[in-house]
Design a protein around this ligand. Sequence first.
Ligand SMILES: [Fe+2]
Length: 200
Amino acid sequence: MSVQLSRGEAWDLLTEWVQSESLRRHCLAVEASMRAYARRGGEDEELWGVVGLLHDMDYERHPDLDTGHPRVALAELEGRDIDPVVVRAIASHADFLGVSRDSQLEKTLYAVDELSGFILACAYVRPEGIHGLTPKSVKKKLKQPSFAAAVNRDEVRAGAEELGVDFDEHVAFVIAALEDRADELGLHGRDADSAPASAG
Ligand SMILES: [Fe+2]
């Protein structure tokens, strides 16, 4: 029997490996999107959430994509005998490892990863935060290469295509998932207390 991590155990593991507030927030955002899609599809919300939380757990310690992330995370999780479904999903979000995305879980992780990060970036520059953010304005920002330049636009598009969802609906769905957790993610905008709630 492999090990099923609870949400609390996954969070403890993430915060042991990741000190950066912004990387923790990214992982929380991906978790929120994964849980929302799991709920919608009648899938295992806890499992999908754990995959979202842990998909970048080794990125702070091992950012080198040629030798590090996500290989170190995969080895760590395998060493702990974590559910292979979790390990394979995390492997499949890194294009360069060549692990195919077969399941809905794997396709969803890829589809929400870069997009969740991008939507956080959009919300942080708006006075209203995430409130009232539309797919139209997200798409406009996607067309500005200098905005959140680290986000791979091709991956954002390809992710939605692989998942087989309408792009606008997908963006609206992820916005709603993140807005649900606006307190924790610090997405209420500049009018509100702008300091994001402590993730720990
Ligand atoms: Fe990520």
